[in-house]
Write a protein that binds this ligand. Structure first.
Ligand code: ADP
Ligand code: MG
Length: 162
């Protein structure tokens, strides 16, 4: 599944729509280079969960938790040097059935993640504000949910109008 956006607002809209297909306990890995839009995407997910607090890059704190339905855990492991740091932050305890956990640069800590995860890749396009967002499912938890994800993204697959 792949969609194109041409503004940060559209990327948030895509994420907000995808949020409707997520369930407590889901793990979402965000990959893509610096500035690709991982934090922007997370802001859209948070909006979809009804989070009203501003969602900022957790680059320095590593982990932020937002009160939403479901609660959202936002992790950024860009500056992580050792997996042990993630462990020390109590990361494993956050992977429970009540929250949705979103991890920027999650591919860097793949070993610490459950095999069931949604991988959202953000890529820069040719135009300055162009981004390509691809969504891939991994593991049995997601196997039966592709149609739901597709329908959440259906409104955007023809490109956005922004
Ligand atoms: P990352 O977390 O991947 O480093 P950010 O979300 O922090 O990226 O930053 C993305 C930057 O790109 C923001 O300044 C955002 O406004 C800008 N931007 C421009 N076009 C888009 C788009 N289509 N989608 C997402 N962000 C965009
Ligand atoms: Mg970021």
């Amino acid at each position: 599944m792949k969609v194109r956006t041409s503004s940060a607002v559209s990327t948030r809209d895509v994420a907000r729509s995808l949020a409707g297909a997520l369930r407590p306990g889901d793990v979402v890995v965000l990959s893509g280079e610096l500035g690709a839009g991982k934090t922007t995407f997370t802001q859209g997910l948070a909006a979809g969960f009804g989070v009203t607090a501003p969602v900022l890059s957790p680059t320095f704190a590593l982990v932020h938790e937002y009160d939403g339905h479901p609660p959202l855990v936002h992790v950024d492991v860009y500056r992580l040097d050792h997996l042990q740091e993630l462990h020390d932050l109590g990361f494993e305890e956050l992977l429970d059935s009540e929250r949705v956990v979103v991890i920027e640069w999650g591919e860097n800590v793949a070993r610490a993640l459950p095999p069931d995860r949604l991988v959202v890749r953000l890529e820069l396009g040719v135009e300055p504000d162009e981004r390509w967002i691809s969504v891939a499912v991994h593991g049995a938890r997601w196997r039966t949910r592709t149609a739901q994800l597709e329908s959440a993204l259906a409104a955007f697959t023809g490109g956005d109008s922004a």
